[in-house]
Design a protein around this ligand. Sequence first.
Ligand SMILES: [Fe+2]
Length: 278
Amino acid sequence: MARIIGGLAVSHVPAIGRAIADNRQEEAYWTPFFEGLKPMQAWLEEKKPDLAVVLYNDHGLNFFLNAMPTFAVGAAGAYENADEGWGLPVLHPFRGDPAFSWRLIESLMADEFDLVTCQEMKVDHAFCIPLELFWPQGPAPVATVPISFNTVQHPLPSAKRAFKFGQALGRAIEREASDRKVVVIATGGLSHQLEGERAGFINKAFDQLCLEKLVSDPEYLTRYSSTELVALAGSQGTEILMWIAMAAALPAARRLISQNSHIPISNTASAAMLIEPD
Ligand SMILES: [Fe+2]
């Protein structure tokens, strides 16, 4: 039987991809961020998961504003990266597991999530950078299932819906008959806003509240509407939806193994965390 052995989350700012490409991890600006990932990298090295379900938001590579699915699940044998215009190196294709994906999709649909299913799906920096961060030695040694959330074009799924999606994902993985060790990875945030009068907005107090509640009581975060999340976390801070879903996928009995937060990376409040079922 498949089981979730851990939940991870990390920011996916494109500048991180640039720092990796240029080997700048040891520079003073970057050290507080990259050093904080080492316990998570060591944990993955020790636990050796077989498969990663990656909850991220596509920023216009595979989906654009003309057709934006609320939840889209990959069911391909491989997922290609492509040039998004950031000047980042195009990475190797990531390995998929279509049979596993389809069983997840069937379970999520049975739980009344009406999904877009993608037998072809390009993955952008929000998917690639976290895998580069968690497995810095090279291609992540796991099969992957990308799941894209719409955090870009309103109306977004609510925090409550993201929480329920995570719970359904947890059940779907539990129902999986094959013996796999699964990690659920959320990517994005924390608070940031890239445009308008509040460009550069960061809310450290709200980020700290989120980091605490994601471990102790993620359902607490479902009280916020999308509008409230934008007000509290910035227009791109809505990427917290994936973190909420990751936390909801884990059993209620869990413990924090490692956490790191650092402000700023680019103009974003960055963070990373690792939670393990107890
Ligand atoms: Fe993003």
